[in-house]
Design a protein around this ligand. Sequence first.
Ligand code: ACO
Length: 335
Amino acid sequence: MKIRMPSLRGANIIGTGSAVPERILTNFDLEKMVDTSNEWIVERTGIRERHIADEGITTSDLAGEAALKALEDADMTVGELDLIIVATVTPDTIFPSCACAVQREIKAKNAAAFDISAGCTGFVYALSLAGDLISTGRYNNVLVIGAEILSRIVDWHDRNTCVLFGDGAGAVVMNPSAPGEGIIECVLKSDGSLSDVLLLPAGGSKIPASFETVKSKLHYIHMKGNLVYRHAVRVMVEGAEEVLEKAGLKKEDIDYIIPHQANQRLIDLAAERFGAHDKVYSNIDRYGNTSAASIPIALDEASRLGKLKDGDIVLLVGFGAGFTWGAALLKWCDK
Ligand code: ACO
């Protein structure tokens, strides 16, 4: 018997897409809802406005729209997809997965589909996994999506959190490439002992939904903002340094850094400590923190603006609930 062994190959991004709801909520709108000011929000976070989904729109709706744009950009048909991975903390339902809802939405009949839960690092986790599944020969045409409707789990009376988040989705289509083209290296990390710095306390097996949990607002995002800030700056720098070291590259080799868009101050501080401030791409002013969607939305925007050139080295780096963090180093290759 001859067993066919998979050969290692590269995994490249051949298309990107993104989608955000039409409705925009500005800081001035928020001034009328909670005790805050445009000045405070801009100074502490860099956010000016965010997109908010109207009632009836689901995470899979935004994910599906982003996916179809990415497929068009990749010049690939839906039927060619053999795997869909969705990173999200706001799936349409706890189960079945958001990826299966996307599959239904875009009619990707030939694909397997599942979700990844790694908070705002979800897209980096999903991209890394997709890369490995392509490299081993297990899958060929993989759709990787980060999508969120965070506005549904935000307490709109809590000024500490409601000013930070927005809704949206970003997607990439990946397929096999020559080794070294596309994903060069990834680092995925987590520290479960920090699970209480950022969480949605109720609705799972630990604290099932009840009248009491609703009354106590346990179905909203709970965040120790200062702790998140402190850990985030540290792990973003560590993640970036580690992925570079693994790849045998130096800071100077990087052309673009696309970090998780959580807070402009945090991005600036991490970039300053890392020593590559001028290479950072940021769009947080227009979208707020869209969690797992933030990196692929920014990647799609940078790509469509023609900022990413063939051969550019691009660093994606993020952190999120879990606590999780991770980095992916890409060689951007025009398909
Ligand atoms: N408007 C006006 N005042 C506010 C607001 C607001 N929206 N929010 C908080 N304040 C007040 C606080 O009540 C506090 O007042 P006090 O001194 O009278 O008690 C004061 O501002 C300072 O509060 P801090 O929490 O110390 O403000 P800080 O400068 O740390 O900024 C922030 C808060 C923006 C949340 C910051 O800590 C942060 O960005 N942390 C990281 C958050 C983050 O990245 N979360 C990610 C979530 S999901 C993810 O991406 C993993």
